[in-house]
Structure formats: C-alpha cells, structure tokens
Design a binder for this molecule. Structure first.
Ligand code: GLP
Length: 242
C-alpha cells in the first residue's frame, strides 16, 4: 500500500488525477470506477481541467458507479447518478451512455445487482477505482459488518451514515434514504488499482484502522490491506492518528 500525505488539497487532487491518467494514457479504453461524496470532487475537477487542456481524453473510457440510494425518485438531484453527471460527466468528455450506475428503480434488486456485476465483467473489470471512506470505515455503502467477500447487493444504511449524508439533503436526516444498492467489498477488491482519498479529522480513525489495524469486518476499509495495488492519498488531518 502506497500512502501519500500532503496538506495541499490541490496536490492530492493532482496525484489522484495522475493515477487515473496513467491508466487512460496506457489504454484509452480503460474502465474507471467512480465514487461519489465530497472526497473525489477535486480529482474530478482536475481531470476536467486536463481534458479541457487537451492533455487527456476519456472519450473512449467506460465507467461504473460504486453505489446508489434506493427510494429516491429517478430525477432527484442527490441520486448518485445525478451527482456523477453533475460532478464528473459534465466536466470531462466521457460519453454519459458509457457510465453505468445501479438501477434504483429495478423491481428485482437481486437480479439487477447480478446484472450490474456482469456488465462490469463484460467491460473487462475496473482498471482504476476511486474510493472515499465513511467516518465509520464504510467503503461504497458497505457498512460495518459487511463481509470481505460481499458482492453487489441491497443494503441498509447506518444511522451514522444517514446523519453524515444529511448535509446533502438540506440537513434533514429523515430525507436520507434508509437503503441502497452497493458494490460489495469483494467486487471492489477485483478492481486492478484502488485509489482512496481521505481528508479531514473525521476520517482519522478509519484511516488509522486501514493503515495500522487488523483486517476486520467492523471497519470495512481494512479489507483494502488484502489488495496488491492500493494508493492512499491523505491530508494531515486524516493522517493525524498514524
Ligand atoms: C458516502 C458514499 C461513499 C463515500 C463516503 C464518504 O456515503 N457512499 O462512497 O466514499 O460516503 O463521503 P465523503 O467523501 O463525502 O466524506
């Protein structure tokens, strides 16, 4: 695991964008794994800058989202599909039709999750997966207790995650869905390169478990220790307990 600590958030964004660019320059049809949440936003903006400057093109790339809320209307501005359109697709030159997301309107969640895994596999798997981490150590929406071998499935959100994410819903925790569809930890670990970004003191405990703890289901991010190619990008606050 490569760990880079910098107090300069723009440098963290540059390094995250470098990791994505390395894969895309080696293979213009690279498959990207996209995370939502605030952590990757600067990386997406930096990728947008590089595309606008003609340094990089994602035109032939495909991408897949990590997770999606259940129970939001399809046009809700905080559905992860809407968020990724706004915060990523609009900034770069990827074809929106090449960005796969979990279908929160599917009547049969189990078969739609299985179909999603098949789509990822048919694309050749994820080359580079951007990840954030929840304050409680969740990755995607794999909450504490999620098995390391878990696959894409329906899951429940913890109260802490709903409170953490209430900021995206006007501060109203009751507006945050209680359930979601999420790639499993086992699914995420199949990506060839994982790039995790964590900033802020509220991530420090999860980061400590990731770097110094033992692999345990109560802190799902620790599963990354089992992956051969992980890059962790931290600011000083997120690294403060190391
Ligand atoms: C959300 C998402 C995760 C994200 C995490 C951290 O609930 N499902 O994919 O990594 O929480 O979010 P943030 O980057 O806003 O702190």
């Amino acid at each position: 695991m490569e760990i880079i600590i910098s107090s300069d958030l723009e440098r963290i964004a540059m390094l995250g964008a470098d990791a994505v660019a390395e894969h895309v320059l080696a293979d213009p049809t690279a498959v990207l794994g996209l995370a939502t949440g605030s952590s990757p936003l600067r990386v997406y903006r930096e990728l947008g800058r590089r595309v606008a400057a003609g340094e990089l093109s994602l035109r032939r790339c495909r991408a897949f989202l990590l997770d999606e809320y259940l129970g939001l209307p399809a046009d809700h501005p905080e559905s992860y599909r809407a968020v990724i359109e706004r915060d990523f697709v609009r900034l770069v030159d990827i074809d929106s039709a090449h960005v796969g997301g979990l279908d929160c309107s599917a009547a049969d969640a189990r078969s739609s999750c299985a179909a999603y895994e098949e789509r990822i596999a048919a694309a050749g798997g994820i080359d580079v997966q951007i990840l954030g981490v929840g304050g409680n150590g969740h990755i995607a929406f794999n909450e504490p207790g999620s098995p390391a071998a878990s696959r894409t499935r329906e899951a429940a959100l913890t109260e802490q995650t709903r409170r953490d994410n209430a900021r995206f819903f006007g501060g109203d925790v009751d507006a945050v869905p209680q359930h979601c569809l999420t790639q499993g930890i086992g699914t995420i670990l199949e990506a060839k390169h994982l790039v995790l970004i964590a900033t802020g003191e509220h991530k420090a405990q999860a980061v400590r478990e990731l770097v110094e703890g033992r692999v345990n289901a109560e802190c799902p991010v620790t599963a990354l220790q089992q992956h051969p190619h992980v890059t962790v990008l931290l600011d000083g606050a997120a690294a403060s307990l190391l």
